[in-house]
Design a binder for this molecule. Structure first.
Ligand code: IFM
Length: 495
């Protein structure tokens, strides 16, 4: 490996308070020039008392726009030991002392596995047209290999059928981080073989559900696995090994490509693509050094994944920075990039925060953060991200599969949850998405993260990301103000 760069510096060793963004540790250390950091503004939308927009000023979305919400298996299902489910890396990680806030685990979560029928009714009441969920690999193959566990498949069949019965289009993610522990014990994503095991698992799922799921997503946020799982170590499997991290990136990309090919081999009509969390990387100042640093940062944050999947090559600057002796570069075999860049039908984009890169390659904050301190609230970043993808990679259909924030939600005695900060956030980000559509971005759907409050990984249950409040002791669900607002947006097809 070449001389360690900023991506390999020990800042990743400090556990940041983020679940999804690798720059969190650096943000902590370098936020001294931040402008407004307390986030209290989030519950004070600028136009709280403003009248609703008149029909003339409304932002109308394209007909058939896919209004949606998203979840993932480990974060909501619970039922950790039901119906033959095996252990995943997140069972292991969250049960280890000190890994998650308050020692929280996904053992029960929002108990969606048992309450899915009621949750489907809530989705219908919300007016959803699309529901993005993930399939738990250890429910389908408890040990990550071999015969399918029929009871696991049956659960997803019931879920998918229930969606169709309610007129909601299923969008299924194959991997949202819950790798079977047995495969982790065999090397996890550092092992090339696991990418092939993933393709076997995908085969099983396609055979069982391929006729009922119109859109498949392969790997959710490979970058988060790389950066949080293998650089900072505050996600499963809890490693801090930069050299391993980028080999993992390659194998996750390979797994994506193999799953695309597996779907094509079925001859089915389903569409498929990857789900990338993209962070616009802006220079923190006007200096050439900041521009150069932002360029490389963008390579690690975005182009590593976009270029390989969409153009069939890894970015040269990132490969040069990793160096010829890095495990990743040595791990790339002939033909891998052809597999990784197998033609896809759509690209899923997840946008949460911008990053501002200093000349030294660190990060600074420019905007208020949400309760997730890694998340700066910057709606224009949604516009920049969507238009950048279209500009740089062509008019591939896009779906936003995650966008949202945690807010300090409280259930009042009269049964209301006033999350006005979420309403403001979603309105502003949807307006930015609308502007991108107006400027030619082929965005076909938008999924709020998240449908329900859920297990926010290392943050446990403390952060609430849902449109729907979950009272964990009783598992009662309550529409937050944002859910009522979103229902109206969907009904109007307009902001
Ligand atoms: O909860 C996560 C999700 O699992 C992946 N994307 C980011 C969300 C918020 O951190």
């Amino acid at each position: 490996m070449s001389t360690p760069t900023r991506r390999h510096l020990p800042r990743h060793a400090a556990p940041p308070a983020t679940a999804a963004d690798p720059a969190g540790a650096a943000l902590d250390a370098e936020a001294l020039d931040a402008e407004a950091l307390d986030g209290s503004q989030l519950d004070e939308p600028a136009d709280r008392t403003a009248p609703a927009p008149s029909p003339a000023t409304r932002l109308t979305f394209p007909p058939d726009f896919g209004w949606g919400a998203a979840t993932s298996a480990y974060q909501i299902e619970g039922a950790a030991k039901d119906d033959g489910r095996g252990e995943s890396v997140w069972d292991t990680y969250s049960r280890a002392p000190g890994r998650t806030r308050n020692g929280d685990t996904g053992d029960v979560a929002a108990d969606h596995y048992h309450r899915y029928a009621d949750d489907l009714d809530l989705m219908r009441d919300l007016g959803l047209r699309s529901y993005r969920f993930s399939i738990s690999w250890p429910r389908i193959q408890p040990d990550g290999t071999g015969a399918a566990n029929q009871r696991g498949l049956d659960f997803y069949r019931r879920l998918v059928d229930g969606l169709h019965e309610r007129g909601i289009a299923p969008m299924a993610t194959l991997f949202h981080w819950d790798l079977p522990q047995t495969l982790q014990d065999a090397g996890g994503w550092e092992s090339r073989d696991v990418a092939y095991r993933f393709a076997d698992y995908a085969d099983i799922v396609f055979a069982a559900l391929g006729d009922r799921v119109p859109v498949w997503l392969t790997v959710n946020e490979p970058k988060t696995v790389v950066q949080n799982g293998y650089l900072s170590g505050h996600h499963a499997p809890g490693r801090q090994d930069p050299d391993a991290a980028y080999l993992v990136a390659h194998h996750l990309q390979l797994a994506h490509g193999l799953a695309v090919r597996a779907l094509r081999a079925t001859g089915g009509t389903g569409r498929i693509g990857p789900a990338f969390n993209l962070h616009p990387c802006y220079p923190a100042d006007d200096s050439p050094a900041a521009a150069e640093a932002a360029r490389l940062y963008d390579g690690y944050e975005n182009r590593l994944y976009l270029d390989s999947a969409l153009t069939g090559s890894y970015p040269a600057d990132v490969l040069a920075d990793l160096g010829p002796d890095s495990r990743m570069v040595r791990g790339i075999r002939d033909g891998d990039l052809e597999i990784i860049s197998s033609p896809i039908d759509l690209l899923a984009v997840q946008y949460y925060t911008p990053l501002y890169i200093t000349p030294a390659g660190g990060t600074v904050r420019r905007w208020p953060t949400s309760e997730a301190e890694w998340q700066q609230i910057y709606p224009d970043g949604m516009y920049d991200t969507l238009t950048r993808v279209t500009r740089d990679y062509g008019p591939i259909p896009l779906t936003v599969t995650e966008n949202g924030l945690p807010t300090p939600d409280v259930l009042t005695p009269d049964g209301a949850v006033e999350d006005s900060g979420r309403v403001t956030f979603l309105r502003d980000h949807l307006a930015a998405a609308h502007r991108a559509i107006s400027d030619g971005v082929p965005l076909e759907s938008f999924h709020v993260w998240s449908l329900l409050d859920n297990f926010e990984w290392a943050e446990g249950y403390e952060q609430r990301w849902g449109l729907i409040y979950v009272d964990y002791p009783t598992q009662r669900r309550v529409f937050k103000r944002s859910a009522h607002w979103y229902r109206q947006v969907i009904a109007d097809n307009a902001l």
